[in-house]
Design a protein around this ligand. Structure first.
Ligand code: NAI
Length: 336
């Protein structure tokens, strides 16, 4: 079966890591027609919008997109195309697995964490204004609807994947109403899943546990901001941003991406590690029922990582993006 997916190559290292992943998927025999679309700064220049209607139409039609990183200016300039895409398509769940990969150097071992981050509200609502000069108000929005559906997502995921536990992460001791509502919604949903152990952690205490004994944690469900911050911490536990993929999932569409940004320091130098986007693509294949090919690529990637002979610089090696991609394609070829 031939799939059609939207491809957003993205900025910086985006085109290099996207090309690598497209090659590896083709080597594994997955038949994909890529509908290439622009977003972010490139789209803004051409169409005046960071997420143009043609891009949204493409994702709505194909229901699945693979996305490279998009650069977002800090402080000034256009608003984040990433945030806008998640909100416009109501991609309410951000799923980020952080697991030790064989052979990838890391301070920790036996880490197998799943971050389930609410993706549409909280302090990412973009509601900020200057009350008087020198005083700015940024609104944190928490709704029962969004909190309940992300909690349900987390418990459904835990049940489907046979996970050990779901932990709700919050700061309801301080934000008694906002985080209080989030926590209350997760508790209510948890009551409907008596087969799945449930507990709660204040976000600062959770961060301590994550760096002291990460192997004791399993599925974490968090509001948007804590999820954003904690998920990079979790990537750091297993080898860094170059080795973690993510999925943004809604009822009608799904966008798969690496967790890292556009790495402008590496752009155009053939040095980027395409593993994170490849892991996102593996999640994408599972999502569309291509589990066998997803497994095949995951095993090939593991073999390359485990042998340690071909490693990109972020993992202590000296291989280029192309050499690493060639190595994964060779392993994939041996298994097909
Ligand atoms: P970054 O993730 O681009 O880079 C942080 C560090 O990690 C840099 O040293 C970079 O060289 C390294 N790195 C990142 N990805 C790598 C890879 N695949 N292989 C090897 N090394 C890698 O984060 P930064 O510098 O904070 O952000 C740069 C731009 O990316 C910003 O405009 C930011 O807004 C955007 N960004 C976009 C995201 C997205 O599209 N989902 C996510 C995070 C940041």
């Amino acid at each position: 079966m031939t799939h059609t997916f939207t491809l957003i190559e993205g900025d910086g290292i985006g085109p290099e890591v996207s090309a690598a992943v497209v090659r590896i998927l083709a080597a594994a025999g997955v038949e994909i027609e890529w509908d290439r679309q622009d977003a972010g700064a490139v789209a803004l220049e051409q169409t005046g919008e960071t997420i143009p209607p043609a891009l949204l139409e493409s994702i709505r039609r194909h229901k699945v997109a693979l996305k490279g990183p998009l650069a977002t200016p800090v402080g000034t300039g256009h608003t984040s195309a990433n945030v806008a895409l998640r909100k416009t398509l109501d991609l309410y769940a951000n799923l980020r697995p952080s697991r030790n990969m064989p052979g990838v150097p890391s301070r920790y071992h036996h880490v197998d964490l799943i971050i389930v981050r609410e993706n549409t509200e909280d302090l990412y609502s973009g509601l900020e204004h200057e009350v008087v000069p020198g005083v700015v108000e940024s609104l944190k929005i928490v709704t029962e609807r969004a909190s309940t559906r992300i909690a349900r997502f987390a418990f459904e995921y835990a049940r489907r994947e046979g996970r050990r536990r779901v932990t709700a992460v919050h700061k309801a001791n301080i934000m008694k109403l906002g985080d209080g509502l989030f926590l209350e919604c997760v508790r209510r949903v948890a009551a409907g899943y008596p087969d799945i152990p449930f507990d709660e952690r204040i976000v600062d205490a959770l961060c301590l546990d994550l760096v002291v004994k990460p192997e004791t944690l399993d599925v974490l469900v968090l509001p948007n901001l804590y999820g954003d911050i904690v998920s990079d911490l979790c990537a750091g536990l297993v080898g860094g941003l170059g080795v973690v993929g993510s999925a943004n999932l809604g009822e009608d569409a799904a966008v798969f991406e690496a967790v890292h940004g556009s790495a402008p320091d590496l752009a155009g130098r053939n040095l980027a590690n395409p593993t994170a986007l490849l892991l996102a693509a593996i999640m994408m294949l599972r999502h569309v029922g291509e589990g066998a090919r997803a497994d095949l690529i995951a095993r090939a990637l593991d073999r390359v990582m485990q042998s340690g002979q071909v490693r990109t610089r972020d993992l202590g090696g000296d291989a280029s993006t192309t050499e690493f991609t060639d190595a994964v394609c060779r392993e994939v070829g041996k298994a097909t």
